[in-house]
Design a protein around this ligand. Sequence first.
Ligand code: SF4
Length: 370
Amino acid sequence: MGAKSSIEWTDASWTPIRARNLETGKVGWHCERITTGCGTPTEGGCYAEKMNLRLGTGLPFKPGHRKDIEIFLDEQMLLAPLRWKKPRMIFVCSMTDLFAEFMLDEWIDRVFAVMALCPQHTFQVLTKRAERMRDYISSPNQKRRVLAARDDVTPGVGSGKYNAKAALDAGARLYSGPLPNVWLGVSAERQQEADERIPHLLDTPTTIRFISAEPLLGPIDLTRIQYSDEITFNVLKGPNKLPFGHFDGATLDWVIVGGESGPNSRPMHPDWARSLQKQCEAAGVEFFFKQRGEYTWVDDSDYDNDAIPELPPNWRERTDDKYICMRADGSRSDGYGGDSSEFLYRVGKKAAGRLLDGREHNDIPKAHTS
Ligand code: SF4
């Protein structure tokens, strides 16, 4: 994928690691589900896998299929950002996970080499494998290896166009600290995943740290990330005295929130999104509300929204989950009583829209200027 992206918080997607089905020869992508946010075949699910089933290798994202495919670095796609002159925000590996177990370090080195050679762009690297990302970036050899990969990559731009200055500048950027045009993020769908992954992100050297809480599947308190039984962090507002000791001032710079979309989507309680928005507002952290997801709710801002159907009298007996009533702890409610219950209506992502309490939230950190 190297096309314009329909994802609201980026301009383009770029997935240079591809997969070829050994039996059919069809080329697509590969990844492996590792967490509840990836979904299952019957609950929620990964949009990249769905696209791969339709338009790619035709195989599900399961480790068992590694034997049925050849995973490879697509050299043409790898060099695409070098040809894009107009600055773009680029979502890296939107169709897989750059830090998945099957990714070779040498491929990741080449991806970083291209990012170093393209200061005009801002690269958004999002992973569910926060620990491997931390280990890769912090490795003492990483810069040396990326520099070597840069020398492999630059002649590929075109023999007559080899740009020695661009290569030198990329080398200088690599050695002057984290690449200013590379933002690193982790997915966090519930408190549990936020607790597991965000401390690794804070321990990773980078200029911008972000989380994508999509699909948001439960409440998350970013002011109390549980690192261990004794230690909690407010990851929105420092200073945090981190036990690993490298980046004491590290906090999050950006929070993206969205409900799940597509068939079999799981609902998001609006209080989960509202709470994250308020936490970010209180801490002065950029907040982006991507979408309500497949389900919507009634609130003061869109009470007359035609997309919201009448609640039928027999809604409790229905088994299709078109109408549900959910408490803020995620449990189902019968719709009575004054608890945190909210009626949620499955109307589809487009009809549900992007409003949270009456407005869009489109904050994105400022890109560096090269
Ligand atoms: S890590 Fe991302 S791309 Fe991979 S299976 Fe999970 S949701 Fe899909």
